[in-house]
Design a protein around this ligand. Structure first.
Ligand SMILES: [Zn+2]
Length: 218
């Protein structure tokens, strides 16, 4: 089983740092990394093929499409949580049921290209909502379930979302590397065809032994 990624400090697996300064650059990186995760999925669906994005490397490790569907749903749920926190007093965030969705939403059967498009759109919507928060709004707390039930600021919710994206972008790349067939060796480049008469030993020479420039050969 995989260890649960941390929700503070630095993640040893993907390098995400919960204490990495200003929030806006964190959000900018999140939007870019979500797009990269979507691109990885569509690239793999084109080559080596759509069946490979559905392969689990181990029974307990998600396939690339399952991670990608999770990323898409995280982005949507987290944006809704920001909206909820702005209108409710002491918001309580409903759990997203991360494991149950895999089978209920049939993650494994979803279209990789549609999932990638949704990831990119939801990341932009999340980024817009996150960047619109004032410093005071970033400190609003809501009761959050994962990994333990406790109040969390929106600042943390946004950083945690950025970690989810960075961590699973890393997972998608790792899983695809594990299940993809080894790349086919490139065929040896064919030897350059040589014009008859241009090989060294056939080179015409003038009387003084110097090679004759090509244009002089008749
Ligand atoms: Zn991580």
């Amino acid at each position: 089983m995989k260890r649960q990624p941390p929700v503070e400090g630095v993640c040893a697996e993907c390098g995400f740092d919960y204490d990495a300064g200003q929030l806006h650059p964190v959000v900018t990186t999140l939007v870019r990394q979500a797009a990269e995760a979507g691109m990885k999925l569509t690239q793999a669906a084109a080559d080596p093929g759509p069946e490979f994005v559905r392969l689990r490397p181990e029974p307990e490790v998600w396939s690339a499409i399952e991670y990608a569907c999770h990323v898409r749903d995280v982005l949507e749920v987290q944006r809704q949580r920001i909206a909820q926190a702005l209108v409710e007093y002491r918001p309580v965030f409903a759990p997203m049921d991360r494991k149950g969705r895999v089978s209920q939403e049939k993650y494994e059967a979803q279209d990789p290209n549609q999932v990638a498009v949704a990831i990119i759109r939801f990341a932009q919507e999340f980024g817009t909502a996150a960047k619109a928060l004032t410093p005071e709004q970033q400190q609003i707390r809501g009761l959050y379930n994962y990994p333990v039930r406790m109040p969390r600021t929106l600042d943390w919710v946004i950083r945690h979302t950025a970690h989810e994206i960075q961590h699973h972008r890393h997972d998608i790349v790792t899983v695809l590397n594990r299940v993809s067939p080894p790349p086919k060796p490139k065929p040896e480049p064919a030897p350059e065809p040589q014009e008859p008469g241009t090989e060294a030993q056939d080179e015409p020479t003038s009387l003084d032994g110097q090679p004759v420039p090509a244009q002089q050969i008749t």
